[in-house]
Design a protein around this ligand. Sequence first.
Ligand SMILES: Cc1cc2nc3c(=O)[nH]c(=O)nc-3n(C[C@H](O)[C@H](O)[C@H](O)COP(=O)(O)OP(=O)(O)OC[C@H]3O[C@@H](n4cnc5c(N)ncnc54)[C@H](O)[C@@H]3O)c2cc1C
Length: 400
Amino acid sequence: MAAKDQVVVVGAGVVGLATAAYLAQSSRYAVVVLEAEEEVAYHQSGRNSGVIHSGLYYRPGSLKAQLTREGRAQLLRFCQQHGVPFALCGKLVVATRERQLTALQELARRGEANGLERLEWVDGKDIPRFEPYARGVAALWVGDTGIVDFRQVAQALARQVEAAGGNILLGFRVEGLHFAGGQWRIWGRRGEVAARGLVVCAGLQGDRLARRAGLTPAVQIVPFRGEYWELAPQRRHLVRHLIYPVPDPRFPFLGVHFTRRVDGRVEAGPNAVLAFAREGYHWSKISWRDLGETLSFPGFWRLVRRYWRTGCGEMFRSLSKAAFCRALQELVPEVRPADLVGRGSGVRAQALDRQGNLLDDFAFSEGPQALFVLNAPSPAATACMAIGRAIGERLKAILT
Ligand SMILES: Cc1cc2nc3c(=O)[nH]c(=O)nc-3n(C[C@H](O)[C@H](O)[C@H](O)COP(=O)(O)OP(=O)(O)OC[C@H]3O[C@@H](n4cnc5c(N)ncnc54)[C@H](O)[C@@H]3O)c2cc1C
C-alpha cells in the first residue's frame, strides 16, 4: 500500500476540526491537528452564541449563503448521528420602529431567495403568540434557526478525526512554518512536524500565521469582543427561544439579542467592542503587541473615522449595565437591570482591509500546497462542515 501523505491542520476550533474530519476520511492522508490550547474549541468555537443560523441574512449567491445552507443541513445530521443535543426552536426578528419595516421586508426576501422553508411574517399584535414578552410593530418568524453547544460539536468532531486515524496534538502552539522542497516544516516549542499539505484555521491568529508562512494577506484580523449578560433563572420565562433586532446591514454583528441555550440558560448580547488583545475576554486583558498592531493598521483608522459614534455607543453599553439593559428593553420592555446576572464573552476574529472595510464573506488564501483561513466570522460555526469540505476538496486538488 502506498504511504499516506501527511497533512497538518493548525487549529482545533470547529473549522479546523471539520476540515481534519473531512480529510481523515480519505485513505490518502494522514492527518495531524496542532492546537495551541490544552482543549479543543477554547476560543471562538467554545465562546459563541450557540445559534444554528438559517442563512437568512446573507447576500444570495455569496459563499456565506451557500455554505451556511449546506453546512446547516450537515450539522443537523451530524448532531443526530453523534448524539449532540440541539433544538430547532426558531427565532423571531423584531422590528421595533416603523422605519425598520423596509429592512425587515428585505430580510424576508433574502430568506426566500436563500431557500429558507419556515418563514412567516408576523403582525405586531401577533408577536406575543411567538414570544409573549416581546414587543414590536412587526416581526419575521424564522423556523429554521436552532441552538446547539458548539463545544460539544467540536468534541464530537475531534472523536471522529481520531476514529478515522487522525492525531490531535493539544498544547502545540505553532511558532514557525516554512515551505521548501515540496514539504512544509511546522514547529513550536513542543517539536517539529513535516507535512506535504497544510491548512491553517487559526481564528484570531490566522493572519499572523499566514504572514509567518510567507504570505502577504491584504487583511488584518481585528479582535472585537462580544459580551453577554445572563438572565437570572427566575426571569428566563421572558424569553421562549431567540429574539433578535433587525440588523444594520453595515454591521450585521451589531444589535444585542436574547438567546436560549441548549442547557436552558438565557443569554442577552453580544455587543461588539474593540478588544485590547486578540484573546482579550475582558477589558483588563491588554496585549501591547496586539493593540499596537491594530492601532498601526491604516484600515483601523479608516473604520474609526467612519463609525466612531457607533463604536462609542457599544463601549458605553459595555461599561454601563443600565445602558445595555435599555438596548434589550427595545425588544423585551419587561427586562430590568437586576435581571442581568453572570457575564461571559467571546472575541470575534474579524478581518479588516486597508480601506477600513470589515470583510463580510468567508475568505481563504492559498500558499504552496496550503490553504489559510483569513476570515471565518459568524455563521462559520453553523457552516463549519461545508467550509471543511470546501477547504478539503481544494487542498486535495492542490496536492494532486
Ligand atoms: C461572540 C461570538 C458569537 C458567535 N455566535 C455564533 C453563532 O451563534 N453561530 C455561529 O454559527 N457562529 C457564531 N460565531 C462565529 C463562530 O464562533 C466562529 O466563526 C467559528 O467558531 C470559527 O471557528 P474557527 O475554528 O475558525 O476558529 P476558533 O474557534 O477561534 O479556532 C481557532 C483555533 O486555532 C488555535 N490556534 C491559534 N493560533 C494557533 C497556533 N499558533 N498554533 C496552534 N493553534 C493555534 C486556537 O487556539 C483555536 O483553538 C460567533 C463568534 C463569536 C466570537
